[in-house]
Design a binder for this molecule. Sequence first.
Ligand code: RIB
Ligand code: CA
Length: 314
Amino acid sequence: MTEPRKIIIDTDPGQDDAAAIMLALGSPAEIEVLGITTVAGNVPVALTSRNARIVCELCNRRDVKVFAGADKPISRPLVTAEHVHGKTGLDGPVVEEPTMPLQAQHAVDFIIETLLSEPTGTVTLCTLGALTNVAMALNKAPEIAARVRELVMMGGGFFEGGNITPAAEFNIYVDPDAAEIVFKSGIPIVMMPLDVTHRVLTYKARVEKIKAIGSPAAVAMAEMLEFFERFDIEKYGTDGGPLHDPTVIAYLIRPELFTGRDCNVEIETKSELTVGMTVVDWWQVTKRKHNAKVMRFIDDQGFFDLLTERLARL
Ligand code: RIB
Ligand code: CA
């Protein structure tokens, strides 16, 4: 029996972030959540910090430490996505305001302190939002780059294009400068782009299966998905919307659900037309160094079977 994998979840909840947090907390044999760090993205950081604690309380995990992080990107104005996630960022279910405390330490300092105190190569960073906190930690303590086991991130897109602009996916678009720092850091990266997450659709039958679990966490999750998917159903005309963030956690538990390859990825930070684009050299047409394992395909039914099974354990 291997030890559970130690992770920090960096997140901007967001209903799909909530699904990722629940999947992680529902998998204690495989995953030990050292802490949750919040970042501005889908909604401002005060709300992402509220929402992260609401999700922990829905899972009866008031013990999880939640640290508030960056309230804006490194050098650009904040862009948010209330049009997708609602004004609270967690619209859908009726929820109680959280009563568990927010940690006093800043998220960036928690990331640095944890990476410097845990044995090198044992902590995985799971980023579900803009990469601002991780980039700020790298700027403040560059020595942490060599200590990260892996950074598994939801972000970017290549053949699938963008979702906030024709070229850019939201998490990268919010803070392209941070993404550039992270992709140039040398940290081993696993990238979950829209090419994967657009194949992970919240079909009605899948949401009904989650709701049928009947627990407060599962019912709230189903109601979040019913709210969250309305925007994407309208936009893509599909049955259900793409469930982006929990693919990051699913990769840690069942990597065999995914296929991809080592590639070079660079970030567009200059052009106003394509800023935030992840330029993925999938066909290896350049000699640029591989800096990410880029996922392209997923067994989406296997993913939902895992998600549903783990939500039922909460
Ligand atoms: O583009 C999708 C990503 O942006 C997801 O992480 C969603 O939660 C938002 O942060
Ligand atoms: Ca997110």
